[in-house]
Design a protein around this ligand. Structure first.
Ligand SMILES: [Zn+2]
Ligand SMILES: [Zn+2]
Length: 116
């Protein structure tokens, strides 16, 4: 499953950003979407999802890491809109997250429901 995912979503190969760079779980700011980008922590959120990283902007990174922060956000901006599902699928594939059947069904409903 991991090899398949990496083929479908080559951006999973990144190791300094994305699901390999952060602990599995939800964003430390909104608690809604999966973590995607590690920060160096000046604002108190160790890892952020894409929308939160965009909202927090430069404040999520210290002065010494503004370039890294901008590069990380640019990387995140280029991901497909369904990035969150791919991130969760990755963690399931690596065993970092166990999806219980109810949560899985919920996710499928949400995926079908959000259309195009
Ligand atoms: Zn968030
Ligand atoms: Zn820093």
């Amino acid at each position: 499953m991991r090899a398949q995912l990496r083929e479908l979503a080559p951006w999973l190969d990144a190791t300094d950003v994305g699901p390999r760079a952060v602990d599995a779980g939800t964003c430390d700011r909104c608690g809604q979407r999966p973590r995607l980008l590690p920060t160096c922590g000046p604002a108190g959120w160790p890892a952020l999802c894409r929308p939160c990283a965009a909202e927090v902007g430069d404040d999520g990174w210290c002065d010494g890491h503004l370039d890294e922060g901008r590069a990380a956000r640019a990387w995140a901006d280029a991901l497909p809109d369904r990035w969150a599902d791919v991130v969760v699928a990755w963690w399931v594939a690596t065993g970092e997250v166990r999806l219980d059947p109810d949560a899985a069904a919920e996710r499928v409903r949400a995926a079908l429901g959000d259309g195009t």
